[in-house]
Design a protein around this ligand. Structure first.
Ligand code: SF4
Length: 120
């Protein structure tokens, strides 16, 4: 039985409403996009939704107590909380350089590292 899942494309401020028609896991049709980025976004959301993660961690010996960090590649949506818990358990000591890898492969084989967003 065919179903339609709706998304709002977040690839640019236009926010095109997308309709992805599927039968079980098979994509039948994608409509509503103005450019190909929308179709790609809907396909990604349906097959393997991912999210970026930016947050802060505790740092000792710096001017401020929190260091901004981010992941280098979007993570599977259903594992973002797991990654956030690992990141928040981390404490680092100054000095830290911008781009320094603080955790390699945060989720094992996902290929996304946690890096510092600034030097402190
Ligand atoms: S489909 Fe294209 S134009 Fe529409 S929101 Fe996505 S990126 Fe922007």
């Amino acid at each position: 039985m065919k179903k339609v899942t709706e998304y709002i494309c977040i690839q640019c401020p236009m926010g095109c409403p997308l309709q992805l028609t599927h039968e079980a896991k098979e994509i039948i049709e994608i409509e509503g996009y103005t450019c190909n980025r929308g179709a790609k976004y809907a396909r990604q959301e349906f097959t393997d939704p991912r999210r970026s993660l930016s947050t802060t961690i505790s740092i000792e010996g710096a001017l401020w107590g929190r260091l901004p960090v981010k992941v280098t590649q979007p993570l599977p949506k259903n594992r973002v909380i797991e990654a956030a818990k690992v990141i928040h358990s981390l404490k680092v000591k100054s000095p830290v350089k911008r781009g320094q890898v603080l955790i390699k492969n945060i989720l094992g084989d996902e290929g996304s590292d946690v890096v510092a967003c600034r030097s402190m």
